[in-house]
Design a binder for this molecule. Structure first.
Ligand SMILES: Cc1cc2nc3c(=O)[nH]c(=O)nc-3n(C[C@H](O)[C@H](O)[C@H](O)COP(=O)(O)OP(=O)(O)OC[C@H]3O[C@@H](n4cnc5c(N)ncnc54)[C@H](O)[C@@H]3O)c2cc1C
Ligand SMILES: NC(=O)c1ccc[n+]([C@@H]2O[C@H](COP(=O)([O-])OP(=O)(O)OC[C@H]3O[C@@H](n4cnc5c(N)ncnc54)[C@H](OP(=O)(O)O)[C@@H]3O)[C@@H](O)[C@H]2O)c1
Length: 251
């Protein structure tokens, strides 16, 4: 049995010149919310492998169709510009099985779950927050989406639906670093943790006693945020050594 499943593009959304979502029909492919799959296209002639593949987080909830992926085009990258050019009806290949431990089932108990993302790192949180699991496990959930420019604050419709479904339990905090944007916190996540602005905006403490933090996106943000959380006594969570911080980096 081939490890690749041939999927069909059934929808696409272009948010900005660089930010895209792709909807793909591939019912054989299953995953747990927060995991990533692998999208692939035929490799250029002369390549060692037949297919050119990269990992992408699922944005839809498990058990729903179609699958959805949210990605940024890296102009010089070999795959992402080709994915952005796909049209409905065209094929894209997916690995049959999903991977990763960035999921609620891997987390220890806590009062609050903080979901901290930059850029396309928002994606796995949308999948997680569209399942019942985080709401059964945590009394409060905060979703932070940090971007450079206001037009990169995407998926407002999905986030509004989550907020409507979870009154009192859900807080969305948009952050924009390179321009003033109405309603958004200014600057970067680690600075807003250090100076208390994030907690004050969410109306909730972020401490080793009450919280678990999931971090996803830019690896420099993940590093710097871990340092800011370590200063509060929050350390990396591992199966054998429970902690307060779970991370996924995209590059
Ligand atoms: C576990 C995992 C999950 C991922 N999920 C997603 C996802 O849901 N959405 C997504 O857009 N990407 C995701 N990525 C990155 C993705 O796999 C590709 O690397 C990216 O789409 C670029 O592919 P490429 O072949 O064009 O260039 P690559 O050769 O893969 O990358 C070239 C360079 O682009 C930069 N880069 C890569 N990904 C990103 C990114 N997301 N944002 C900004 N700069 C980047 C890095 O500097 C990298 O070295 C994920 C990566 C990992 C490891
Ligand atoms: N978005 C664009 O317009 C654009 C244009 C051309 C190329 N790119 C390239 O695309 C890639 C990803 O783009 P992206 O838009 O997702 O941007 P990104 O660089 O990942 O930025 C997203 C958010 O993360 C913040 N950030 C960056 N480093 C951080 C750190 N160490 N700690 C905390 N927060 C941090 C950024 O703040 P700051 O704004 O303060 O950095 C921004 O608010 C980058 O490699 C970039 O070079 C992006």
């Amino acid at each position: 049995m081939s490890k690749w499943v041939q999927g069909t593009v059934v929808g696409r959304r272009r948010w900005t010149d660089r930010l895209h979502s792709l909807q793909v029909a591939a019912p054989e492919v299953t995953f747990v919310a927060g995991q990533f799959g692998r999208l692939a296209l035929p490799a250029p002639p002369g390549s060692k492998e037949d297919m050119l593949g990269r990992p992408y987080s699922f944005v839809n909830a498990p058990g729903t169709a179609p699958h959805e992926f949210y990605f940024v085009t890296v102009p010089e990258g070999p795959l992402s510009p080709r994915l952005a050019a796909l049209m409905p009806g065209e094929s894209v290949w997916l690995l049959r099985t999903a991977n990763g431990f960035f999921s609620v089932g891997e987390l220890p108990d806590a009062d609050a779950l903080w979901c901290l993302s930059t850029g396309t790192g928002l994606g796995p949180f949308l999948s997680i927050l569209r399942t019942p699991d985080p709401w059964a496990r945590f009394g409060r959930v905060v979703l932070v989406h940090a971007v450079r420019h206001g037009d990169e604050l995407t998926y407002g419709d999905v986030i509004a639906a989550i907020a409507a479904a979870r009154p009192g339990a859900f807080t969305y905090v948009p952050m924009v670093s390179r321009e003033a944007h109405p309603g958004a916190l200014a600057g970067r996540i680690p600075d807003a943790i250090r100076d208390g602005r994030l907690e004050s905006r969410a109306g909730l403490a972020l401490t080793a006693e009450n919280a678990h933090a999931m971090l996803c996106g830019n690896p420099a943000m993940v590093d710097d945020t871990q340092k800011a959380l370590a200063a509060r006594g929050m350390r990396r969570h591992r199966r054998r050594e429970p902690g307060h911080v779970t991370v996924e980096t995209y590059w």
